[in-house]
Design a protein around this ligand. Sequence first.
Ligand code: ASP
Length: 440
Amino acid sequence: MKVLKFGGTSVGSIENIKRVREIITDGDKKIVVLSAMSGTTNALVEISDFIKNNNSNQALVSIDNLYHKYTIVLDDLIEVSELKQEVGNYIDKVFDFLKACSSEKHSEFLYNKIVAQGELLSTFIFTKYLNQEGVNARLLPALDFMRIDKLHEPDDFYIKQNLQRIINDALPADIYITQGFICLDAYGNVANLQRGGSDYTATIIGAVVEADEVQIWTDIDGMHNNDPRFVENTHAISNLSFDEAAELAYFGAKILHPQTVMPAREANIPVRLKNTMDPESYGTLISQETKGDGIKAIAAKDNITAIKIKSARMLLAHGFLKKVFEIFEKYETSIDMITTSEIAVSLTIDDDSNLSSIVEELEKFSTVEVDNQQTIICLVGHSIVKHHETHKLFKVLQDISVRMISYGGSNNNISLLVNTNDKITALKRLNKYVFDLVIS
Ligand code: ASP
């Protein structure tokens, strides 16, 4: 059995929905995980923001605009009158629910219920469309089996038991459709796996059903060796190891949700990244195998805050870092990069929601400098730290002021911290120096 996940763009238009049908109807039994249609989750977040700001009128306007989009989808996709009635009723029910939410008081629970509607809509509409086309497809509601525990980790035991029970109880089908992203929390409330979390849903399901392969279908032909939005002449990387892909996903490669690789690596299930717009292209295969050496890819992660903590007391003292780390631990803020000297330590965080409290506590025993608008540029490949060509990347120091370098933390990753204004130049220069390409 394979698990195939299709992202928002893949189900974002009638034309693409038809492509997805062609891709999945190859005769093999499979589980298909869907995102919300592109733009829907953003619209739902906006609606929730209006509610949060007590602007229920504006929330209702946005709900109406979104409803209008779905009536067009219904008209263009569903032709059989019985099904049209059924799908129309479902869409109305969802939008009645949203309208009722518009006058409620904001809470995280309400937000979670609102943003869940996108995947509920896309999967219902798509399943009925497949049925209309004569495909034996069935909907498996994610909220009946997908659950996270108190630490927000997937509750594998619960998921496995319930998914198996639901599949056994359901009438046999060739294709099972389910929602990505949404789940229950440990207390049974509607929750989610964070923005972009449908990829993660796919590998969690892949691991529990012991799938032969998990495929993540998007609108790009695999993971690229540099960011195609900023650099010309990038190309898809054919093979990546789980470790390499995990580093790239965490440090900015937008194509994959950062946690996606974990369940697949643990269960040793290959993950293939494919392009819905070009199904024949090879894409990227992520597996246990490591192929090729040297730097394979460069990714960038924005919105990084750098914190320099300086203290004369650090000199020859032990326990200083422990003290620093305990503060970050207290505020549940994870640290990405770290470099130290004898009297100072610099580190980076990507979540600055508790920054002022953290700084206040650090200032009790050190001088603190904070730099916002930083970008981590991450270079990934097999054993790059030892590779004889890796030195080429340091030519970038001629052109860009690099705030921090993390080298040797893992053999597969070297990270540079630069000012976000220098990001595009750094990516272009690195492309030239590392991959020997002509820069424009
Ligand atoms: N629909 C959700 C989002 O836009 C989850 C996903 O697409 O993976 O973040």
